[in-house]
Design a protein around this ligand. Structure first.
Ligand SMILES: Cc1cc2nc3c(=O)[nH]c(=O)nc-3n(C[C@H](O)[C@H](O)[C@H](O)COP(=O)(O)OP(=O)(O)OC[C@H]3O[C@@H](n4cnc5c(N)ncnc54)[C@H](O)[C@@H]3O)c2cc1C
Length: 381
């Protein structure tokens, strides 16, 4: 079959690769001038540093199948994500752990002591937390909440934590040991030559053609047997029901000599610092050595129509609109919506890849069984 993929990010590259290997003719378009989607990396011309152009990306997964899959296309270098935060005039380790708590309170508590101490700080009068703020106060009390959660969350989401649901903080966001590895997953690493090289390897197959700088237009579908659409769900329907809300990011790039901040990611928890974090890209490739350094100050705000949509907001209003778009999509013929934009969900890369592998399998099964491929392999609702 002739298949069109809109979007040359992880979703399109993985599903396209799988279906090309199964013998289909795969054509992938992207409106950008590079492959890799938001995972795109490129070397800075002046310093040689590998830059994560759309924000820092660390690969981590518990899914051994996905780990094996990405290792087919790239060498992964060992990398542990360790994040620091500057808050109230001091630097602390994140996620909040025993080191953070001891440093913050000027104590030398062991795990059980710290646990008991935090229980004393917690606001136990909150029995049924409804908001992010309630939940944080109940878990960690007012001091840690103010230093590590409140300001950062306000900047990231552009609203008060009293307007965010408690479900965002599902479990106690604190570790009572000195483990500062940000992720719990068994497998973690960084592709040696960046994510774009990884995606290029995925796309390097005789059954795949790639066309960059090309926006999808509805008429294109006529020349294909099926379309896999990794662009924005509302965009596919020309936003006719309204726009799904996103947060976008602005990156203020600056270069320095030597080592600017000594780590890859430094968060800024204070509300009066306008940016959420500074990323120093060369620390994502600790096996390389560069004299110069490239850093991004990262600012978060509501996305306007011409901005890059980064984080879906998925509050009550957006979910209602999403349900309407899903109903519309389910009536459409010959198109399957995939990936973070097509299903309006925040998806880590490993989940994106798992879903793309599953979408390809579902398509092959539908062909074998003579069924139509549904609009969604995973419900966005
Ligand atoms: C700031 C940030 C940090 C992140 N950090 C991590 C991390 O550390 N670890 C992790 O695992 N994941 C991370 N992620 C998630 C990761 O970016 C996603 O999992 C991944 O990009 C999803 O791939 P995708 O192909 O679904 O979407 P995308 O990467 O968005 O690709 C979609 C592509 O479709 C193209 N497109 C859209 N509409 C059209 C159209 N009409 N016509 C033609 N082309 C179109 C776009 O140009 C884009 O290239 C992060 C995400 C963000 C926003």
């Amino acid at each position: 079959m002739k298949l069109l993929f809109v979007g040359a990010g992880m979703s399109g590259a993985v599903a396209g690769r799988q279906l090309a290997e199964a013998g289909h003719e795969v054509h992938i378009i992207d409106r950008r001038d590079h492959v890799g989607g938001n995972c795109h990396t490129e070397r800075d011309g002046d310093t040689g540093v590998m830059v994560h152009v759309y924000g820092p990306h660390i690969f981590h997964t518990d899914d051994e199948g996905v780990w094996d899959y990405v290792n087919r296309f790239a060498t992964f270098m060992p990398y542990k994500n360790r994040v620091k935060t500057t808050s109230q005039g001091a630097v602390y380790s994140l996620p909040v752990n025993l080191h953070t708590i001891n440093q913050f309170y000027g104590k030398t508590m062991r795990p059980a002591e710290a646990r008991a101490f935090l229980e004393e700080q917690a606001d136990t009068s909150i029995t049924d937390p409804q908001t992010f703020e309630d939940q944080a106060l109940r878990f960690v009390g007012p001091d840690l909440y103010a230093a590590f959660f409140k300001g950062y969350t306000e900047k990231q989401w552009g609203c008060s934590p009293t307007d965010l649901p408690a479900s965002i903080l599902k479990r106690l966001p604190v570790r009572f040991n000195y483990d500062d590895n940000y992720f719990f997953h068994r497998f973690q690493g960084m592709p040696e030559h960046g994510y774009t090289a990884l995606v290029e390897q995925m796309l390097d197959h005789p059954g795949i053609t790639v066309q960059l700088g090309t926006d999808y237009t509805p008429g294109m579908a006529d020349a294909y047997d099926h379309v896999f659409y990794a662009g924005p769900l509302d965009g596919y329907f020309d936003y006719k029901l309204g726009r799904l809300g996103y947060r976008t990011l602005d990156f203020e790039k600056f270069t320095e000599d030597g080592d600017y901040q000594g780590c890859a990611v430094m968060n800024y928890g204070d509300r009066d610092v306008p940016y959420t974090r500074i990323t120093e890209h060369k620390h994502f490739s600790p096996w390389e050595s560069h004299e110069g350094s490239v850093c991004y100050r990262e600012f978060s705000r509501a996305a306007e129509p011409d901005d890059i949509p980064y984080y879906p907001i998925r509050m009550v209003d957006e979910k209602a609109l999403l349900a309407d778009y899903v109903a519309l999509a389910e009536q459409a013929q010959g198109v399957t919506f995939v990936g973070r934009l097509g299903t309006y969900r925040y998806l880590d890369m490993d989940v994106t890849i798992r879903e793309a592998l599953d979408v390809a399998d579902a398509f092959l099964a539908a062909q074998t069984e003579g069924r139509a491929m549904p609009a969604f392999a995973v419900s966005p609702l």
